[in-house]
Design a protein around this ligand. Structure first.
Ligand code: ADP
Ligand code: MG
Length: 238
């Protein structure tokens, strides 16, 4: 009976997840279908004049944007669901962060975000470089999106004196997370953004969990948010 209970709980959360996925993908698909039909109808009426051509381009751009949205959802879902096996190596978390920042340097510049790095040399962790970088990218991306009108991103690394953990922390000066959202931000598809997928932090959660790490969040509305990823250092070779 116990077993069955667990199973039915699993199934019902699977049902909920499927319903949200269907919903998330269905909206952009409906847009694509509408505009594809419009485009076909317009082209069917003969050679387009200049104004019509402009409209066609506008409609095709919408098709493109919605397709990209579907593809982003699917890509994030795969990251979230696949639980790709970790390729374990000695990883320098500072290097992970540097690459993550590099990947987002355009976004950071465009959004007028000042970057302050306080990185100290860290003992290596045993982890998957690519997946840890993905986790950092998702957190940095949220910080940037939270500071649409500019702000400051502080990236700090630290290690505990006893050698029990290494940490990388991202602090933004965005609007903060209201207390009643804090318990939901790791839920798949929870988003407060008009064009968010709500999968970024779910992916982060999965990656950090598979590295036996922890995520710490401090956030104050009107002040900003600090998200720290804490990992155990590599065990010394016996
Ligand atoms: P998405 O970015 O697509 O919305 P995420 O899973 O990355 O999905 O984030 C979920 C939600 O958590 C965001 O929509 C936002 O409400 C909140 N959030 C995450 N990071 C921050 C941050 N640095 N500042 C404020 N809110 C945040
Ligand atoms: Mg995000």
């Amino acid at each position: 009976a116990q077993d069955q209970l667990v199973r039915s709980e699993k199934l019902s959360s699977l049902g909920k997840l499927s319903a949200s996925i269907a919903h998330e993908i269905n909206n952009p698909l409906a847009g694509i279908l509408t505009f594809a039909k419009l485009i076909v109808r317009t082209l069917d009426q003969g050679v387009p004049d200049d104004a019509t051509r402009k409209t066609l381009v506008k409609h095709l751009l919408l098709v493109q944007r919605e397709t990209e949205r579907c593809s982003a959802i699917v890509r994030n879902l795969l990251d979230f669901a696949r639980e790709r096996p970790l390729t374990l190596k000695d990883v320098d978390l500072d290097a992970v962060v540097e690459e993550g920042l590099q990947l987002l340097s355009n976004q950071i510049n465009i959004q007028n975000v000042t970057l302050e790095k306080r990185l100290v040399p860290l003992p290596p962790v045993e982890g998957d470089f690519g997946q840890l970088r993905q986790a950092c990218v998702n957190v940095i991306m949220n910080a940037c999106e939270a500071m649409a009108r500019g702000g400051k991103l502080t990236v700090e690394s630290s290690a505990s004196a006893g050698g029990g953990w290494v940490e990388i922390a991202f602090t933004d000066t965005g609007p903060g997370i209201p207390p009643d959202h804090l318990s939901k931000i790791f839920d798949p598809f929870f988003t407060t953004k008009e064009r968010g997928t709500g999968l970024g932090l779910s992916v982060v959660y999965g990656i950090v969990e598979r590295h036996h790490g922890k995520i710490e969040i401090q956030s104050e509305v009107g002040k900003g948010t600090r998200i720290a990823i804490r990992l155990p250092p590599r065990r010394a070779a016996e």
